[in-house]
Design a protein around this ligand. Structure first.
Ligand SMILES: *Cc1c(COP(=O)(O)O)cnc(C)c1O
Length: 433
């Protein structure tokens, strides 16, 4: 399968280039040249496969020409090693728990698949693949965990000293092995500037075989389509679900559109956002207006210029009517979201993180006009990742912290403290790597 740039459809690259370089030089996004539909044989068996085998069967028509079957199956099995169960709150309201992976958010699916695919695609390269990332919190944790002990790869994470939460810092600094944490005596912007400078340094970039493992990478999107199928088959046979997707950069929702294009029967999509409502506004007015992001309690969705919009547009060939026929949009402010956290706990005895709460609100709004729809809200993170907000609404000690997060508190931190300048990073690289 070749991949083309959404900005220049005639510009095409192979899988390795698309995955290792993340972005085409024209700053478009890579899309698969064709989106294959799944075979009759797939549909005869899809309910019986294990989750990992289901993923393999979905990815096979996409990447099966590039990677031998056994290798591709091993990559998927290694990446998808935790479940995504559907929890039923009521007849028409279901929750798809995407937070059962190592870092408790759905980003584990994309990051784990990308890490294994990158390791595989560069296995014969002369130098090791070095993933360089700046993080202000969550992304770094998912990427570090995903690449931990993946052969042929190493990760260098820069984070601003004193500006990430204690548990987030532990997620970055306790893994060891091929994960290196650099604590920068500066801001997140300093970290980003240092990373950028390293990429611009041709010699360094080539010597280290640098990659960014960017969130826009096509290999993060593909595995996110797996759980739409997995959710649908957990509902009674014949039910066509409406998927409600708490959204920021719209990667999660775009993966759902891919699943639909591949043949999964989906009744409708509902895009749920916080105050950053660029896409819901577009669906209403037909005008796409990006703006700087606004800070909210569902901060992983604080995006003013959603990066996957170009891919959504591509799927509907730029047609507003086309997109509107398949996707509805709703936006909610923080006060309403807080009420929904409390109400969901009271009504269903079920705790939702602030992002998922925005999804629950959108599902409620949608069912006012579509009362027969069976709604599945994607739960994007475990509530314990947003403890202060959760405890404000539900009370102190009301939220259970899963062992894999709680146990980090006792592990020793290992990080190298560096001043916020480019040369310091390059000096560290020269001696440490
Ligand atoms: C990243 C993230 C989102 C937004 O997902 P997109 O794919 O960017 O739309 C929502 N919730 C949580 C918890 C996230 O980490």
């Amino acid at each position: 399968m070749d991949f083309y740039s959404t900005k220049t459809p005639t510009y095409k690259v192979d899988l390795k280039e698309a995955v290792i370089r993340s972005l085409p030089p024209d700053n478009g996004l890579y899309m698969p040249e064709t989106i294959p539909t799944l075979s009759d044989e797939f549909w005869a068996n899809w309910r019986d496969y294990s989750f990992a085998e289901l993923g393999f069967q979905i990815v096979k028509p996409l990447l099966g020409d590039d990677i031998p079957e056994d290798d591709l199956r091993a990559i998927v099995e290694d990446a998808i090693n935790f479940d995504a169960p559907v929890v039923t709150l009521s007849d028409k309201l279901h929750i798809l728990e995407l937070f059962q992976g190592p870092t408790l958010a759905f980003k584990d699916f994309g990051a784990r698949f990308m890490a294994r695919l990158m390791g595989y695609l560069t296995r014969d390269d002369e130098s090791m693949l070095t993933v360089l990332v700046a993080t202000s919190g969550d992304t770094g944790g998912a990427v570090a965990s995903a690449f931990h002990k993946v052969p042929g790869t190493r990760v260098v994470i820069l984070y601003p000293k004193g500006k990430v939460s204690a548990l987030q810092e532990k997620q970055l600094t306790t893994l060891g092995d091929n994960i290196h944490a650099l604590e920068i005596d500066g801001t997140f912007d300093d970290c980003q500037r240092m990373v950028k400078a390293a990429f611009l340094n041709r010699e360094l970039s080539e010597k280290l075989n640098l990659t960014s493992a960017n969130s826009i990478n096509i290999s993060r999107l593909i595995p996110q389509s797996f759980y739409y199928f997995h959710a649908a088959r957990q509902l009674p046979e014949g039910v066509e679900p409406t998927f409600v997707v708490p959204s920021g950069n719209f990667g999660n929702l775009t993966a759902g559109l891919l699943a639909q294009e591949m043949g999964l029967k989906i009744k409708h999509f509902v895009a749920a956002t916080n105050a950053n409502d660029v896409v819901p506004s577009y669906l209403k007015s037909g005008e796409y207006i990006t703006r700087p992001s606004t800070a909210t309690i569902s901060n992983a969705m604080d995006v003013g210029a959603p990066s996957n919009f170009a891919r959504m547009n591509e799927i509907y060939s730029g047609s507003w009517e086309g997109m509107r026929a398949r996707i509805e949009g709703y936006a909610f402010d923080d006060d309403t979201t807080r009420v929904a956290i409390k109400r969901t706990a009271d009504n269903y005895n079920y705790q939702v993180c602030p992002h998922t709460a925005v999804g629950v609100l959108a599902a409620e709004a949608w069912s006012e006009t579509h009362s027969d729809d069976v709604n599945v809200v994607l739960a994007t993170a475990h509530p314990s990742k947003f403890l202060p907000t959760m405890e404000e609404e539900l009370g102190t000690d009301s939220v259970e912290i899963p062992e894999r997060l709680a146990c980090l508190a006792d592990l020793p931190k290992e990080a190298t403290l560096l001043p916020p300048d480019e040369q310091a990073l390059q000096d560290w690289v020269a001696t440490a790597l």
